[in-house]
Design a protein around this ligand. Structure first.
Ligand code: UDX
Length: 447
């Protein structure tokens, strides 16, 4: 199929490359010239495992092109919308200007269909419920025979390629008009023929359901993380161990083990802003009470960042002013260079504001960090970062950090004090090597 993907960020660029991998003829469109130049040359503009190879292969084959020229989307049978919906400045709600602009682009440049099946716009961006119907009404006025489906995206950064090629489910939000809905479904079925043939579950619903599925999923995940972080607060007050607690409750299938990792909380380009936009939309709809719990979820999450700063101050003897603090990991999670709403970056900046002599190391985001925060001390290796440190903080659970050797590191630091912001180190091992170990809701215990 001839496909366009509008918006070539983490979501759109990976979606475009995966659609080409499935055999489609794809053009990715974005207004960011530097990004498009890099993608068109087959060079990944961000860190995402498996993406560089996939991109290079499909650009090379000629099935995948990238452009800033919207006229090149004219012949596409499907236009996927993968632009960002960031949080509005000074408000909780989502900023829809890029989605609206993408719809205008399609209306301006799609070739009119006078015969044959209509052109399909498939929305993938996370939007407030009610947006799809508004956009469908707008497209209906174009006179170009364009219909809309909402097809939310659930990819996780770090696993984006796998999640797109082998999704755990596909969701189609279709128009109420059965005729139009059947056509939209047939077009999407053709596009996703390979994952559907592989047995990927498909859920078909109306627009509001499909829009809600995405924010409901992210709200549930955020709630799970804040739940375990609330238990971490209880463990801190009582001497309990939240990792053991999570392990024990996770054996119950109804609860499950995933997303129960307590630590400095969730961040990134999705979870924080999605729960806030969801609350803002609920308020507009007059059902804000249904989501007041998300306010608590957000508050618990932000408290963990504050707690990590306090732990560092206590560990440094009451104040970090003048103390050398080594931060290992600055991205919001491992296997990405994404710094959007990163708890690690937030904590690091707060410590710097309190006078810490900060050194940061990160396996992927070092260059980006130097660009954004000139003057920040960014080390090229863990060893360089921790040299002469008074406090070492592991804030992103990169694989490289899981097997850090407390003995070897101990020889480099000024004081053997470690804050394990993601509860990924073995407390006893660090303790036995003479370190003051501080976890998030766990300490060193005989058990
Ligand atoms: C999320 C959703 O998982 C994905 O389905 C959606 O499409 C986009 O938003 P992503 O932003 O890539 O994906 O990150 P995710 O893996 O969900 O992690 C979010 C944050 O939660 C990270 O900061 C991570 O460190 C944190 N987290 C995750 C925890 O603190 N504890 C956990 O147990 C799991």
């Amino acid at each position: 199929m001839r496909i366009s993907v509008i918006g070539c960020g983490y979501l759109g660029a990976v979606h475009a490359a995966c659609m080409a991998e499935l055999g489609h003829d794809v053009v990715g469109l974005d207004v960011d010239e530097a990004r498009i130049e890099s993608l068109a040359a087959g060079r990944a503009p961000f860190h995402e495992p498996g993406f560089p190879e996939l991109l290079a292969r499909n650009v090379e084959s000629g099935r995948l092109r990238f452009t800033t020229d919207p006229s090149l989307i004219a012949d596409s049978e499907i236009h996927f919308i993968g632009v960002g919906t960031p949080q509005l400045d000074g408000a909780l709600a989502a900023d829809l200007r890029y989605v609206d602009a993408a719809i205008e682009t399609v209306m301006d440049h799609a070739a009119p269909r006078t015969e044959g099946r209509p052109v399909l716009v498939a929305g993938k961006s996370t939007v407030p419920v009610g947006t799809a119907q508004r956009l469908a009404d707008r497209l209906a006025g174009s006179g170009k025979n364009i219909i809309l489906a909402w097809n939310p995206e659930f990819l996780r950064e770090g696993y984006a390629v796998q999640d797109t090629l082998h999704p755990d489910r596909l969701v189609y939000g279709l128009p109420e008009d059965r005729g139009q809905g059947d056509v939209a479904k047939a077009i999407l079925d053709e596009c996703y023929a390979t994952p559907l043939a592989d047995g990927t579950p498909l859920v078909v619903a109306n627009y509001p359901t499909a829009e809600l599925v995405k924010v409901a999923a992210n709200s549930f995940l955020a709630t799970k993380i804040s739940f375990i972080n609330a238990m971490a607060e209880l463990c801190e007050a009582t001497g309990g161990d939240v990792s053991r607690l999570a392990e024990a409750i996770g054996h119950d299938d109804r609860i499950g083990k995933k997303f129960l990792q307590a630590g400095i909380g969730f961040g990134g380009g999705c979870l924080p802003k999605d729960i806030r936009a969801f609350m803002a939309r609920a308020e507009e709809l007059g059902v804000d009470e249904a989501l007041t719990f998300l306010r608590e979820v957000d508050a618990i999450n932000l408290r963990r960042r504050h707690h990590a700063v306090e732990l560092a101050e206590e560990a440094a003897g009451g104040s970090v002013a003048g103390a050398r603090v080594a931060v290992l990991g600055i991205t919001f999670k491992p296997d990405t260079d994404d710094l959007r709403d990163s708890p690690a970056l937030d904590i690091a900046m707060r410590l710097r504001d309190r006078g810490a002599r900060l050194v940061v190391a990160d396996p992927a985001a070092g260059d980006e960090l130097r660009r954004r925060h000139p003057g920040l001390d960014v080390a090229d290796s863990v060893e360089d970062a921790v040299r002469e440190a008074d406090v070492v903080m592991v804030l992103t659970p990169w694989r490289d950090y899981l097997d850090l050797d407390p003995e070897a590191l101990g020889d480099l630091v000024a004081t053997r004090t470690i804050i394990d912001g993601r509860n990924v180190l073995d407390p006893r091992r660090w303790h036995d090597a003479g370190w003051n170990y501080h976890g998030m809701g766990r300490g060193v215990s005989a058990w």
